[in-house]
Design a protein around this ligand. Structure first.
Ligand code: BGC
Length: 754
């Protein structure tokens, strides 16, 4: 496709038309110039392709539902995500879909967000690594992705209009940090803007977000499309860098574009930039089309394998798990028969089949079963309850398949609380009275309160595990697969503990991100709060020993990366995989920082007795925070601990490094700067010491033997005192406002460099 020639030949109407969808899922064609439409489809954990010619835009073909993002992230396994991405890419090729909408890498600010199941983590480093792996897999098959929802789509309540008040550091260090590495490394073909406003501007017309940050700072060259119906002012959108409006706005917004070009409020150049990117996407998609056959059964098996590597063993007292086929086992809970394995909304897959635990266990051993509770209504059904208690009383072990019913979480609304239905909670309590070996298997898209956690023997968290979840459950429960997932988010004890609690979902049309950078474990750790299960936690049927941490150097710097190497050994009797987590902890930072932050992870599979060495390579970004002084990331000089853990709360090894920054942050002094501020710099300290001597002598009519302690007191007093206040402290002719201004100018010359 010769895009320059086409741009010359397109009429204004055709150009405006190309900037919005033809219908719900296609771009427009311009037949006379050979421009074919392309199809985009949801995503992200399966293909939700509209049935051809179906009137209902949501009537989807039968496909394979993989585990959702909240489960996927617990795998901490980038290769696995890439494998899933490749499978999705194959499906899209076979179904003639050019772009699969996703993955979503928004941060889980609150456990209540109805769409958390579609997002990876509370931690931007982990979320970005998962998204990178997913995208690379899909795009390796010549299919585009749409990284969404850019940015800060962290709640469903008023998602179309809510104004999020987020300070610059928080926006960059937490919310944009999940996107930045993905844009730079995985180069998604498209990015989807979010519905919400950030600091007063809709994402769909936010120039700072779509052009200044995404394109100019991060170097993004692909297309930006709107979320479905996210456009407010189409012309401002074009100017801000929103290339494609989806779906069709029935020509209404195209007309605004045409009018704006005609009356000169929009230049042809501005419009051409967007049209060019639409044409580039169409061309790229055409060039990468290949014949492909889609093997649903193979992908179903892959979905099972993936889920079995995502599930998190939260608790396992007395080795209650794995089960033995010689135990007498009761399965209780309607989810054993009818598992909840995906969330509601645009990502909902029309699964071609589902495997339940009850079905999968048939090939393994006999179990007794009672549903125990209804999924339809949160009401206690005495008959179902009695049946379940009778069955449980006769068994050696009771496995309860519990969790959140479909109505509890979905795109489109947030949860109101973090509790499980009462009918399940009451049943679990009663089961614990009749049987000492209760094991809980959870199906939920987001953390829930677990009031029974201390009473039950084991808890296996499946999240929303995809259509093959039952097969994975049986393999994990009976030990054919050893659990290896770790939590990608904290499970707080209760909702009120969550940092966003006081400001979620906001008031009226706005929400204040008052907790700042302290999201998830960054908050709980800083506050030294107990949590139910910490970020990064997950058990195994085997044990691992961490040893021999070696750091490449004790001094690192902007151009000198750090290598951290350690040995990990499977010291138990099961083969299994361990996720090794690396955190960086600033020891004495000059700015407010989290206690520690995840900066590396590696999943390693080991046979019993086997050892492997793991190597992490860290560049300066591992030490950085976002500075609103320089509007960029900054790695400060100082000491840092390199912590290696089995979870954020289970640090096994540590070492110390010194990071040397090549330059300090610019400082700008004024008469309002305090004594403490200026004495942080070498020259400033010298000047202040001299000034204070003069002040002291002036005030005391000369030096005496008490001078030293008196001066010390004065220094302490002026630590928080603005410089201008010194003037009134002394009758020394050398301490005047004019003189102080000169000193400040001198300091600024040295320290306020850009
Ligand atoms: C969702 C997107 C989705 C789109 C198309 C929107 O409502 O927010 O995630 O891709 O619909 O279904």
């Amino acid at each position: 496709m010769d895009i320059d020639t086409i741009l010359n030949e397109l009429t204004l109407e055709e150009k405006a038309g190309l900037c919005s969808g033809a219908d719900f899922w296609h771009t427009k064609a311009v037949k006379r110039l050979g421009i074919e439409p392309i199809m985009v489809s949801d995503g992200p954990h399966g293909l939700r392709k509209n049935v051809d010619l179906a009137e209902n835009p949501n009537q989807a073909i039968e496909a394979v539902c993989f585990p959702t993002a909240s489960a996927l992230a617990c795998s901490f396994d980038t290769q696995l995500l890439t494998e899933m991405g490749k499978a999705l890419g194959e499906e899209c090729q076979a179904e003639n879909v050019s772009v699969i909408l996703g993955p979503g890498c928004n941060i889980k600010r609150s456990p209540l967000c109805g769409r958390n199941f579609e997002y990876f983590s509370e931690d931007p480093y982990l979320a970005s690594r998962m998204a990178i792996a997913h995208i690379k897999g899909v795009q390796s098959k010549g299919i585009g992705t749409s990284l969404k929802h850019f940015a800060a789509n962290n709640q469903e309540y008023r998602r179309h209009s809510v104004n999020e008040e987020i300070d610059e550091r928080t926006l960059h260090e937490i919310y944009l940090a999940a996107f930045e590495p993905v844009v730079k490394d995985a180069k998604p073909w498209t990015v989807m803007c979010s519905y919400n406003k950030i600091n007063g501007y809709y994402s769909s017309q936010n120039k700072l977000l779509l052009s200044d940050i995404l394109r100019d700072e991060w170097g993004y060259e692909g297309l930006v499309m709107s979320d479905w119906g996210a456009v407010d002012d189409r012309v401002r959108g074009i100017k801000a860098g929103l290339d494609l409006e989806m779906p069709s706005s029935m020509g209404k917004n195209d007309a605004f574009i045409i009018k704006a070009v005609e009356d000169g409020t929009l230049s042809m150049d501005e419009l051409d930039k967007c049209v060019r990117r639409v044409l580039e996407l169409i061309a790229k998609s055409g060039e990468s089309k290949t014949e492909m056959v889609w093997d649903k059964d193979r992908h179903h098996k892959l979905a099972e394998k993936i889920e079995s590597e995502c599930a998190v063993l939260l608790k396992n007292d007395d080795n209650a798990l794995p089960l033995s086929t010689s135990d007498s086992i009761a399965f209780i809970g309607a989810f054993a028969e009818d598992p909840r394995y995906q969330g509601g909304g645009s990502s909902h897959i029309n699964s071609y089949k589902t495997t339940s635990a009850l079905e999968a266990v048939k090939n393994v051993c006999n179990v007794t079963y009672a549903s125990g509770f209804s999924l339809e209504k949160d009401e206690i059904n005495p008959e179902l309850e009695k049946e379940a208690l009778d069955v449980a009383a006769k068994a050696d072990k009771v496995v309860v398949f519990a969790g959140l019913p479909e109505s509890f979480e979905s795109e489109g609304y947030d949860r109101k609380h973090m509790r499980m239905p009462n009918n399940q909670l009451e049943l679990i309590d009663k089961l614990c009275e009749v049987n000492k070996n209760v094991i809980i298997v959870l199906h939920n898209g987001s953390p829930i309160e677990l009031p029974f956690a201390d009473k039950v023997k084991a808890i296996l968290e499946m999240y929303l595990g995809g259509q093959a979840v039952g097969g994975a459950e049986i393999k994990l429960l009976f030990g054919d697969v050893n659990p290896s997932g770790k939590l990608a988010e904290t499970f707080p004890l209760k909702l009120e503990d969550n940092p966003s609690y006081l400001n979620f979902p906001g008031e009226g049309d706005s929400v204040r991100y008052a907790e700042g950078i302290f999201v998830g474990y960054r908050y709980y750790e800083k506050k030294k709060m107990a949590v139910r299960f910490p970020f990064g936690h997950g058990l195994s049927y085997t044990t691992f020993e961490y040893s021999d941490l070696r750091l490449s150097d004790i001094e690192v710097g902007e151009k000198k990366n750090l290598t951290a190497e350690l040995c990990i050994t499977n010291t138990g009797s099961y083969a299994g995989a361990e996720v090794v987590e690396l955190y960086i902890q600033p020891i004495n930072p000059n700015v407010i920082r989290p206690v520690k932050e995840l900066k590396g992870f590696e999943k390693v599979f080991l046979k019993p007795g086997e050892s492997k060495r793991i190597v992490f390579s860290l560049d300066k970004s591992a030490f950085a925070y976002y500075s609103d002084k320089i509007h960029d990331w900054y790695s400060e000089s100082g000491e840092y601990n390199v912590l290696i853990g089995a979870s954020s709360a289970d640090i096994r090894l540590s070492g110390k490094v010194h990071f040397n920054a090549s330059k300090t942050l610019p400082i700008h002094f004024t008469l309002d700067s305090t004594g403490g501020d200026i004495s942080e710099t070498e020259e400033g300290k010298q000047m202040l010491d001299e000034m204070l001597k003069l002040v002291f002598i002036g005030a005391n009519g000369g030096a005496d033997e008490k001078s030293e302690s008196g001066l010390e007191m004065l220094t302490a007093m002026t630590r928080d005192m603005p410089l201008h206040a010194l003037v009134s402290f002394t009758d020394s002719p050398d301490i005047t406002r004019e003189r102080l201004k000169l000193l400040i100018d001198k300091l600024n010359e040295i320290y306020s460099h850009e």
